[in-house]
Design a protein around this ligand. Sequence first.
Ligand code: ARG
Length: 295
Amino acid sequence: MNMKKLLLVLLALTLVFAVAACATDGTTDPDADVQQEEEGTAEEGTVEEGTVEEGATEDETAGNAANGDGNDAVLTMATNATFPPFEYYEEGAIVGIDAEVAAAIAEKLGMELEIMDMEFGAIVAAVQSGKTDMGMAGMTVTEDRLENVNFSITYATGIQVIIVPEGSPITSIDDLFAEGAEYLVGVQQDTTGDVICTEDFGDDRVMRYNKGTDAVLALTTGRVDCVIIDNEPAKAFVAANEGLSILETEYAVEDYAICVAKENTELLEQIDTALTELIEDGTVQTIIDKYIVAE
Ligand code: ARG
């Protein structure tokens, strides 16, 4: 190849790389994460405090991570980052109360926190199978879940509330129970809201969505009559949408805790110790106050 040809080839290559670089830039829109998740792909995010451990593999099983014996240990947390103010995306990173409390726990354990985002209904199985060390997702302690995983001490309270459009004929939970009532209820799939509503109102009246925001969209577009979801995300969704309000009645009061595989008792103890300290020294409350402004 003569010099001229070589230069042409180099020029062509440069162009290809330049185009590739532009294409990459173009995909960094904030919705990219969300789309990925809708396709059911588990994506990983990190909290500001934690860094992703390079080369962390699934080999780092729950047992291994529980040792907390070196600075290269990784604590993996499964979550569903569609649940403000507990876990949600901000500028491409998963932030929120759970992300920060988990980071504080990891720090106490001398471990690096790695957050794995997945569908809410996949978390318990991921923890049970050892794919991830713990699940933290504004997750309510329930008898059903306790059959598959253990829970830490509780660190927050959640209340199932009812979101309605302004002027809705539904003014209290009683209206949903009323004889002959046919109101459709939107919920996030596999949450306690889903489970309780299905029990109380039957399958036909419960519309399940992948995310709370999708249930709220169904409400604002008139496809469901109300949405039943945890109070704090409810407040965030109502604040983000015109014409919605939250009814006074509390449908269910629940405890949030971290789930860990049944056999991983050592990690559960470490988490409980760390969490107790973080509650006692006010760290948990400080984190909660940062995300939830008292009324
Ligand atoms: N507290 C409810 C439950 O445990 C809802 C939790 C949903 N969490 C989430 N990150 N999407 O079922």
